[in-house]
Every structure is written in C-alpha cells, then in structure tokens.
Design a protein around this ligand. Sequence first.
Ligand SMILES: Nc1ncnc2c1ncn2[C@@H]1O[C@H](COP(=O)(O)OP(=O)(O)OP(=O)(O)O)[C@@H](O)[C@H]1O
Length: 607
Amino acid sequence: MGFIMDGLDAEDYDRTYTDRDLLRRILAYFRPKLGAMLLVATMIVLVSAAQAALPLLASEGVDAIQDGTIGGVGWLLAAGILLAGALSWAFNFVRQWYSARVTGDVVLRLREDAFDAVLERDLSFYDETPSGRIVSRVTSDTDDFASVSTLTMDLISQVLMVGFVTVLLFLRSVELALLTLLVAPIVMGLALVFRRMARSSTRRAQRSLSRVNANLQETMGGIAVAKNFRQERQVYDEFRPINEQSYRVTLRQGFVFSAIFPLLFLVAGLATVALVQFGGTSVLGGGLSAGDWYLFLQGVSLFWMPLTSIAAFWSQFQQGLSASERVFALIDAPPRVSQTGSADPGRLAGRIEFDDLTFGYDAASPVLRHFDLAIEAGETVALVGHTGAGKSTLGKLITRFYEFQEGRLLIDGHDIRSLDLGAYRRQIGAVPQAPFLFSGTVADNIRYPRPAASEDEVLAAAAAVGGGDWIEALPHGLETDVGEHGRALSMGQRQLVALARLLIQDPAIVVLDEATASVDPLTEAQIQEGLDVVLAGRTSIVIAHRLSTIEHVDRIIVLDHGRIVEEGGHAELLARGGRYCQVYNTYFRHQSPNYRPDTGFVAVGEP
Ligand SMILES: Nc1ncnc2c1ncn2[C@@H]1O[C@H](COP(=O)(O)OP(=O)(O)OP(=O)(O)O)[C@@H](O)[C@H]1O
C-alpha cells in the first residue's frame, strides 16, 4: 500500500483494547450519570411504544375500511394517531435533551482527563509526539467519542422499537413474522464481517487526519522562518502529499462503508418481495386481513430501518470506538520517568552528582556512557562543546525530563528517583534558549511561577535584573502586553523577563541554555548583570554560548560525544592549549570586544 499508509503507524504509546475493556472504560464514564440515563432509557421505551403504535392504528383503519366500520371508529383512530405522534415527539424531545446533557458531561470529563494526562506526560513525550497529534486526540477524538454515545442511545431506541414491532407481527401471523425475522441473521452476519474492516480503515483515517493537523501546527509554528527563506512552496509541497494521503485513506474508508449498503438493501428488498407475495396470497385466500397485511408491510420497513441504520451508523460508531481507544491510550500511557519514592527534598543545597550514569534517548545508542560528574552546591558550571556533544542532555536529566537507563543521579546525596518529583522540580529553574512567554503582560509572565507574588515583589525582581533600566524601555512598563509567545518583545527583553521570572521562582538549581542569538551590547550587559544576580547562591549549569559567561563561571566542562574531555577555569584551560582551545577558537573567540577577523586564535597543542 506504500504511500497511502506511510506515517500512519501507531504512536509508541498506542495500544489496542479488547471490545470488552473498551466498553467497560466507556461505561465507567457514564456511571455517574445513571439517574439521567434511566430517564433517557424510560423515554426511549415510551418513544418506541408510541412509534410502534402508529402502524398498528393505521392497520386497524385499513381493516375498518374493509369491513365498512370506518365511519364509526375513523375519528377515534385519527385522534389516536395524532396522540401517538404528539407523545412520540414529546418523549423524544426529553430523550434528546437529556442524552445531549449526558453526552456533554461525559465528553467534558473525558477531555479533562485527556488534558490532564497530556500535562502529566514527561518532556520526552513532547519531543517524540508532534503537538498537532496531541491536539487532535484531545479535541476531535473526544468529539468522535461523543457521537458514539449519541448513536448508542439512538440504536437502543431503534432496537426496542424493533422488539415491539416483532411482538405485534407475531400476534398477527406467525409465518409472516418468521419470514421477516429469517433475514435478520444474514444482516447481522454481514454487519459483523464488516465490523473488523471498518474499524481498521477508520483508525487509519483518524491517524491521517492527525498527521494533517500535526503538519499544519508545525507549519504555523515555523511560518516566520518559512516566509523569511521564501520557502512557502516547499511548505506547500510537504503539505500536499500528507493532505492527499488523508484524502485517499478517507476515500478508502468511504468505499469500505458504502460497500455494505447495496448488500443490505438487496437482502431487505428480497425479504419485502417475499412478504408482498406471501401476504398478498394470504389476503386473497382469506387467511389474513388487509389491515394485517398493511401492518406487515409497514412493520417490515420499521424493522429494516434500525438494521440498515446500524450499518449506516457503523462508520461513526467505529470512528467513535477507535477515537475512544486513542484517548484511553493517551490517558493510560505509562510515564517514562518513574520515581521510586516521594521524599520531600526540603530546601535543596544543590549538589548534583552523576554517578556512573548511562543514558540514551534510544537505549540502544547511549548518549552518555558511565558518565561521572560532581557539581558542588552553589557552583556555577559552564558546559561547552560542539553541537551534539550532550550539553542539553545533561540539563534534561537534571530537570528530570528524561529517564536514564543505568547508574545514579544524586541530588544533595539523595537518589533523584527517591524524591517527590513536584517538590524537586519546583526548585529547578530551567531557562531554554528562546524563553517562552505566555500571552499577558510582562508582570504576569514574571509572576508565572508564583501567581500570588505581590506587585512589589514583581517590581523588585524586574529591577534586580540588569538594574531595571529595561523596564523603562517598554511602552507600558511591566504592564506591557507581550503578545503571542512574547513576540511583542525583543529577544533580549524576553531573556530579561525570563531571568526576573527565575528570581520570583527562587530555585536552588538553575539550568540555563544561553541564547545564541546576539543582542545589542547594552542588552548583553544587562543580561550579564541579571545573570550575576540570578545565579548568585544557586547551583547553576549554563550551556554557555557567550564569552562573558565562560569568563566568569567557576568551572568550565568541555564535553565531546557525551564524555568530559577537559575541565577547569577559563584562563587555565586557555593556557593548556587543549580541547577547550578548539572550542574557544570556534565559538567564543570572535565575541571578544577587541576581535578583528582572523585574529585571536589560541594555539592548540597536539591532543
Ligand atoms: N529528543 C531526542 N531524541 C533523540 N536523540 C536526541 C534527542 N535530543 C538529542 N538527541 C541526540 O543526543 C545527542 C546529544 O544531544 P544534545 O542536544 O545533548 O547536544 P548538545 O551538546 O546540547 O548540542 P547543541 O549545542 O546543538 O544543543 C545528539 O547526538 C542528538 O542527536
């Protein structure tokens, strides 16, 4: 199937539930709504009885016409039909209203649970799963699930009506009733065969849709870059096959679903022909009244409607089932980061020790092998090294976003796995290269880690960073709106906000991925001053990209392919002429204020 199925594989955490498990999970969501469900069930019975009464009354009318008594009972029958219609409408209204409420409440809970599960996932989950796919599970999949419950109630109502009609038919003529029923197993058999095909094609259609979503999400996220490089065409070319795949998979699904109808109608048509033939002959022979025959012909259409609609709804039903499967898989995905204890770490001093630690994003190809490193409490360490050396990886392990495979990671001498994760993370301040700001004001963003922080605290934090001059440059000071993702602020200003935010958080350990984007010298100086304030008294691990940082830290650690190849102070390492000098020549030399092109190289000795 090649192209059509490319990229539609399950996510790592996807699983297939048995129908029983799935049903049990779904029912668990409905259980708290038992009262409303009972009311809906009662309404369903009443609606079905009222609807089944209609053909019965009409058949009485036909009989009355035949034996000439219609003049006497006609108005009574007409009133009865009117009443049955009105009651059926009223019961149906109550049923629809309550079932909409039940469904709405269930989707509300399911969506909350799914969103909760998403928030609980480790960062590794977000690295591996495109955000569009996650969004698709929380939104459209839960919607599809809602349609299952609505359909289930519709189906129950129809099946009940079939029950009433069947009883009526048997009361009138056992042979004709048996003839009508004879076809039911054939239809059910067809529906069962169809079930399996429908479920897998639906699952693929949903995956292809979430692929479209993921692509759109990524495109929107990087639209500025795409436009900058005039890559709109390439973006379009990437989108086209994904969209086309979704089209083909959906078409295939449509084909599978439409194949069942002609078959069902054929079987239904044959059964009706037989009834017309047998019934007609019986009426002529006097074995059956015209009214009964009419009832059978009406009954058979009432009887067929639910069966064909089961098949018609099957697509949505399957869609809903596999949607619920996808939502439950998201909710049930086991965490990668597993804590063995929940000890309260108290206020951390901040000593960090990697002890013979082995870690790989993929366990088969470790990034760190038997890695040892001790960072003392309050020490500021700069990690340097070529791209892919493992600098960010160390940060991700300290922030406990990833689970390592072997060895130990000790925080103040305690195994990191034994700590209460929430309490531990609250004491870790992580600043990514491009700090993320939420929509709102600068003050809101500074206050983010501690919403209860007072205005004065926010102002003090902002003022402590870079002398606070930067606040005056903002159009409305701390009340300036930062725009979506902080786009209304310059890169430098966003970094200053992130530093002030750290002061409000007051973490014991800071993991800072320095921005590579260059900022003007004034902002650079403000950031440096801000860093001095923010990092003072805390253990700091800086993935260093700025010369001024590496000149000031307590210790520089040079990483290469996940190993420490050199460590020490800036001057000491420069004098040594080793690996640090290579890194320095490549990344830091040109940042010196006295830099002239092709100057400032530090001699590197033979390794
Ligand atoms: N989420 C991930 N999944 C799989 N492999 C990853 C992931 N993140 C990093 N890696 C791999 O791990 C290795 C170390 O990456 P890491 O990001 O730690 O390097 P780095 O030194 O921080 O590089 P840079 O300076 O470019 O950020 C690289 O080979 C990289 O390809």
